[in-house]
Design a protein around this ligand. Structure first.
Ligand SMILES: NC(=O)c1ccc[n+]([C@@H]2O[C@H](COP(=O)([O-])OP(=O)(O)OC[C@H]3O[C@@H](n4cnc5c(N)ncnc54)[C@H](O)[C@@H]3O)[C@@H](O)[C@H]2O)c1
Length: 151
């Protein structure tokens, strides 16, 4: 991941879980400038995006489901979860929430990537990691683009 950004190292978390708290004022100091990419805008990723934006963080959500991305950008939550509708509306209004189907050069502006795609059970009971592999390939492509463009 060293080539992802010339200015920042990027950390990747997989399978993050979140707890929603009440909205609070924007984070102070350097935390206020942190940009977070979230891969997978399902129950975990979308809730995380809403909670983080409600705390003043800039969030770029990435999901392969174009309908889900379009709905989010239109202010329509893809899930039913208390409080997310208001947090989404406020995040869009403040320019803190963005969404896309593919990681692109904007990933180079992010300080951290959180991977929240599904890991369903395979027939033999093991985790099906195909979506994690796809995200890894997306990040690799975006990192190559960022390195080539110097972002
Ligand atoms: N939902 C929970 O309560 C919960 C709790 C703990 C852990 N988890 C774990 O968190 C992860 C996410 O769970 P969830 O419930 O949010 O899943 P979900 O099915 O609701 O959402 C997953 C999202 O990932 C998207 N996706 C798939 N491939 C992608 C790709 N290559 N790039 C970008 N987006 C992609 C899907 O379109 C979908 O919107 C899973 O590993 C799950 O086991 C979930």
């Amino acid at each position: 991941m060293a080539g992802l950004s010339m200015r920042r190292a990027i950390r990747i978390w997989v399978g993050a879980s979140t707890v929603c708290g009440p909205p609070r004022a924007a984070a102070k100091g350097w935390e206020n400038r942190v940009k977070i990419a979230i891969f997978g805008l399902g129950y975990v990723g979308f809730t995380a995006a809403c909670c983080m934006s409600s705390q003043g963080r800039s969030v770029l959500g990435i999901d392969v489901n174009a309908r889900k991305v379009a709905d989010i950008l239109a202010g329509i939550s893809p899930i039913l979860e208390p409080g997310v509708d208001a947090m989404l509306a406020e995040g869009l209004r403040c320019g803190l929430i963005d969404a896309a189907c593919e990681a692109d050069a904007r990933l180079g502006d992010c300080d951290m990537a959180i991977v929240c795609v599904g890991t369903p059970s395979s027939a033999d009971g093991s985790h099906d990691m195909r979506y994690i592999v796809q995200v890894t390939e997306q990040i690799t492509r975006a990192a190559g683009f960022a390195a080539r463009t110097g972002r």
